[in-house]
Design a binder for this molecule. Structure first.
Ligand code: FES
Length: 578
């Protein structure tokens, strides 16, 4: 437990902006009065910056305009001064080439907003996929006391009597349409039902995964990540988050104090137990890179091999997040794996994780399985290496057809995503279910932005034959709502000359998940000959954000952060002289 004394009003960072009797503070106070506030509104109070990722194109956050008012209510009630600061909303749906391309942009924006303004503590309003890691990365680098308000999953919804899962069922029904088993009219009707309320995707996709990990790392109120976006409890949680932010300000609890080695291990353990998104690997490594904690791909594999999967949630399981909430939520699941967690880790509430979990019970043990009835006893995610991925790659075995986890087959190579889209359905390629589909140039730099293309499409003519899964390999990511025998994050990526760039049609690829291997059965001599002929592509950008991204982004096994934002063991504190 962190123990410390409460700051005085004069010790607050904001006091330096608003307190002194000098010319500069006169300017600050007079401009607060310009906004309609009185001295009593802000004098001697912690300033709580509310970083709001709302915009009209991030529909998962459609409720944030209301939630921000509830957070403000909590801040006022606890004696703080709330200030809302809009920051970039990373819309998973609308941003092209992918919202991941802009994750570091939001992280930089959050860091600099926290650094430049007179903020004593921050509320990070996150939800849609990359918003959670981005805001946490920024908060870690600025190291200003912060608390996450998770946006909450969207409502359960059904269609033709069948419960739907956002994202996951889009892929499933698209495959059905490709196979000629779904009409155009039915497809259009589905559009009205697949996302039926504000809130992030209600599967255990990247959004649900990352908010759960934020919770277990101590960065939210206990139980916050499981509360559905439209539940009245979500509004109450928002107000309590505002109240707790004021406490964080007075006691100056910094993110780097909470997000330490133990809490990263807790996050990885939880990732495995919830059967969470492969994307979390990249995000957790990027977050760790903002601290002095070292997290490697081997940490994920090691913890995966000791952790059971207990959440029976789509895309790998049966239920959705509303069912998870009703069954007891994250704390009920954590109670089942408490022996695998560092229970003395501290949360934003000043509690230990043990206290945060409390006596949480399971109310439906098909949704949240007990240890003696796990979905699988180990192996939610696996890290593979081999001559095709010397720096590693990942697969989600639980989301693949089991017979494909040991597979040997000929490669069908596509040089980039347009090539894949143009040719994949061409029967002249003569692909069979045993082929291994390989996509090149879809990684952090090659795409760019390591987009979620990793669930490569299965040729329509094979879908029509009933094939629903094949081994697919790329340096891309996969949506947390996707599934299949998809080998992802191959590193180094093909665009910079990684071995994936050297694969040719017909080469034999051997996938051995149990042995943690991905091998290209081509002689080293032949690979060296191909490497000598490989030509480095021209840079994709000459200016702007694209150039910054291209020059500075690390590979997938390093978290795809900007090199110059890695902490290297130290944090730049917010300037103290302002
Ligand atoms: Fe926002 Fe899925 S589109 S979380």
């Amino acid at each position: 437990m962190l123990s410390r004394t409460r700051l005085t009003a004069q010790q607050l960072r904001s006091h330096r902006y608003l307190g002194p009797d000098d010319l500069r503070s006169f300017g600050h106070r007079s401009r607060q009065k310009q906004a309609g506030f009185t001295t009593e509104d802000f004098s001697g109070k912690p300033v709580i910056g509310i970083l709001n990722t709302w915009n009209d194109l991030i529909s998962c956050h459609a409720h944030f305009r209301q939630r921000v008012e509830e957070i403000k209510r909590g801040v006022w009630q606890a004696g703080g001064f709330p200030v809302e600061i809009p920051v970039m909303g990373l819309s998973e749906t609308f941003m092209k080439p992918t919202s991941m391309y802009y994750r570091n942009f939001l992280a930089m924006e959050a860091e600099e907003v926290l650094r430049t303004y007179p903020i004593d503590a921050a509320v990070l309003m996150s939800g849609c996929d990359k918003t959670t890691p981005a805001l946490l990365m920024g908060a870690l680098s600025a190291d200003v006391p912060s608390i996450v308000m998770p946006g909450g999953p969207m409502n359960r919804t059904s269609w033709h009597g069948e419960q739907l899962a956002s994202g996951t069922d889009v892929w499933r029904f698209w495959a059905e349409r490709g196979a000629g088993r779904m009409s155009c009219e039915a497809w259009c009707e589905l559009e009205d039902h697949i996302a039926a309320s504000p809130g992030h995707c209600m599967t255990m996709g990247t959004a649900s995964t990352m908010t759960a990990l934020a919770e277990v790392m101590g960065m939210t109120l206990a139980g916050a990540s499981s509360v559905p976006a439209t539940h009245s409890g979500h509004a109450r949680m928002a107000a309590q988050t505002g109240r707790q932010a004021v406490e964080l300000a007075w006691y100056h609890v910094k993110p780097t104090e909470l997000m330490n080695r133990e809490s990263f291990e807790n996050a990885i353990t939880t990732l495995m137990a919830i059967g969470g998104s492969t994307n979390a690997i990249v995000h957790l490594m990027a977050m760790a890179g903002r601290t002095d904690v070292t997290v490697t791909l081997e940490d994920f594999d090691r913890i995966s091999q000791r952790t059971p999967v207990l959440a029976n949630l789509r895309p790998t399981g049966k239920y959705v997040m509303g069912d998870f909430f009703d069954a007891g939520g994250l704390n009920a699941l954590l109670a089942q794996i408490s022996d695998l967690l560092h229970l003395d880790a501290v949360t934003v509430e000043g509690k230990t994780l043990k206290d945060a979990i409390g006596e949480a019970e399971i109310w439906n043990d098909d949704v949240i399985r007990r240890r003696n009835n796990a979905i699988c006893t180990t192996g939610s995610l696996a890290v593979l290496r081999g001559n095709l991925a010397p720096d590693g790659c990942v697969i989600k075995p639980a989301a693949a057809e089991a017979h494909l986890l040991q597979h040997r087959g000929p490669a069908a190579v596509f040089k980039d995503y347009p090539d894949l889209k143009a040719r994949i359905d061409d029967p002249a390629l003569g692909l069979t279910k045993d082929h291994v589909i390989v996509l090149q140039n879809a990684g952090p730099l090659g795409a760019p932005g390591i987009p979620e293309w990793g669930m490569l499409p299965i040729p329509k003519y094979l879908l029509q034959e009933g094939v629903r899964d094949m081994v697919r390999i790329s340096d891309a990511r996969m949506s947390g709502t996707s599934y299949g025998a998809c080998v992802l994050h191959v590193s180094p990526e093909s665009y910079i000359g990684g071995p994936l760039a050297l694969v040719q049609d017909g080469d034999i690829v051997c996938l051995d998940v149990a042995g943690r291997e991905l091998q290209l059965e081509v002689s080293e001599e032949e690979l060296n000959s191909r490497r000598a002929k490989w030509v480095s592509p021209d840079p994709k950008f000459s200016r702007g954000y694209g150039k910054l991204y291209f020059d500075e982004t690390t590979q997938a096994h390093e978290g795809c952060d900007f090199r110059f934002l890695h902490a290297d063991g130290s944090q730049d504190a917010p300037p103290s002289i302002y």
